[in-house]
Unconditional design. Structure first.
Lengths: 110, 113
């Protein structure tokens, strides 16, 4: 049931864009995105709900393809502060249980 | 900005001992969660709690684990008889609704020796 994230790791230069993907083998109720910096707690970025509703931060965008059971997180004009591990979390119904993927490590260099 | 708090930040215990991890969720949130993260690995869901009862739990959350909201502010996770493999970072989280993100506390690092 664990969602699959790709790529496993990304190295960017400041200002470059990145896309992180998350896919599930089961129908999705919602997809969450979080960023975790080393030694810190995950920080909520965005949630995408079945039916198209999207809630979250203004500077980060994401898509949710319900048919394909996939979501993508778009990071544009990356900054050094974007570095960290990005997790997607999937919920397959009810909204109580979120299963996290293995994470995508993003490193932005100057 | 309101935040989730957790105590202690680090707990060392011997195998077989009971531990209680404490959390104070964001005050207007109604949904509460515990997650754990073994060093270098993904975040794992343990349990969700709503309306004073468990709403969902994972396979990890066996009879050794229990949760409680003893008053209007605290939310606790108890491990009755700790094992070496319980060593991990335990995160408490809360959310204002099911259709919203989880706000995580800073975590409690549990070390079982």
């Amino acid at each position: 049931q664990q969602p699959v994230q790709s790529p496993q790791a990304v190295i960017l230069r400041e200002g470059e864009d990145a896309v992180i993907n998350c896919s599930s083998s089961k129908a999705l109720y919602s997809v969450h995105w979080y960023r975790q910096k080393h030694g810190e707690a995950p920080v909520f970025l965005m949630i995408l709900l079945k039916g198209g509703e999207q809630k979250g931060h203004d500077k980060i965008s994401a898509s949710f393809n319900e048919k394909k059971q996939q979501s993508s997180l778009y990071l544009t004009a990356s900054q050094l502060s974007y570095s960290g591990t990005y997790f997607c979390g999937t919920d397959h119904g009810g909204g109580f249980k979120t299963i996290f993927g293995a994470g995508t490590r993003l490193f932005v260099k100057a | 900005e309101p935040e989730v708090t957790q105590t202690p930040s680090h707990q060392v215990t011997q195998m077989g001992q009971e531990v209680i991890l404490r959390c104070v969720p964001i005050s207007n949130h109604l949904y509460f969660y515990w997650y754990r993260q073994i060093l270098g690995q993904k975040v794992e869901f343990l349990v969700s709690f709503y309306n004073n009862e468990i709403s969902e739990k994972s396979e990890i959350f066996d009879d050794q684990f229990s949760v409680e909201r003893p008053d209007g502010s605290n939310f606790t996770l108890k491990i009755r008889s700790t094992k070496l493999e319980d060593s991990a970072m335990y995160f408490c989280a809360s959310s204002e609704s099911r259709s919203w993100g989880r706000y995580f506390g800073p975590g409690t690092r549990l070390t079982v020796t």
